[in-house]
Design a protein around this ligand. Sequence first.
Ligand SMILES: *Cc1c(COP(=O)(O)O)cnc(C)c1O
Length: 237
Amino acid sequence: MSPIAANLQVVKRRISEALQGDRRAITLVAVSKTRPAGDVRVAFDAGCRDFGENYVQDALPKIAALAGLPLAWHFIGSLQTNKAKDVAEHFDWFHAVDRAKIAQALSRHRPASQAPLQVCIQVNISREATKSGVTGEEVVPLAREVASLPRLALRGLMGMASPTDDVAKQRREFAQLRGAFENLRAEGFDVDTLSMGMTQDFEAALAEGSTMVRIGTAIFGKRDPLPGPLPREREQA
Ligand SMILES: *Cc1c(COP(=O)(O)O)cnc(C)c1O
């Protein structure tokens, strides 16, 4: 068995253990950013269908190389408006809506021949200045804006916890995101996706109600930085 397939088995077991008998469906997004198309293929053969990327230039050649496979591509990083067309044309999901302008650009560029782009609003739960995302109070107004756009389907919320091993702190931050999600549902939005949890904190996220985890390192191993400068896209690495 390949290391990627073995890692996947471990991750899947940890996910089912973290659910503690709860049978809700979890989508595992394998975060393949910086990884070659061959690694995506290995993960596909081991059962992965959803892949996460956050650098446009790194992702597009991989998506083209694997175009024959039934994959769902998730763009999980923040995005400049001038790259919205690439994402709208080549991805299935965008997790990081943080302003009306990017939502409008994605809707405008989403080809009519494709299903609406599935999107999540990113909420800044860690309150770190370097992390993007809206505040809790901004979620509902932005959701109204997104829901009014014809080529987007609002699916839910995404957030990243502070980089910490303190599980109690991780859980407090994820609980805030779940609160914002429940509030959105109470406001009448038909959302079903809570995208939270990465290698360091996915068990805490699942304990707080995550429905979608985005896991890179635990599946593919430690990432090497990409060669060469990739200005704003690199901020998320
Ligand atoms: C890189 C990345 C991940 C995956 O991180 P790992 O720690 O490798 O699991 C998840 N979400 C976002 C937004 C990322 O940029």
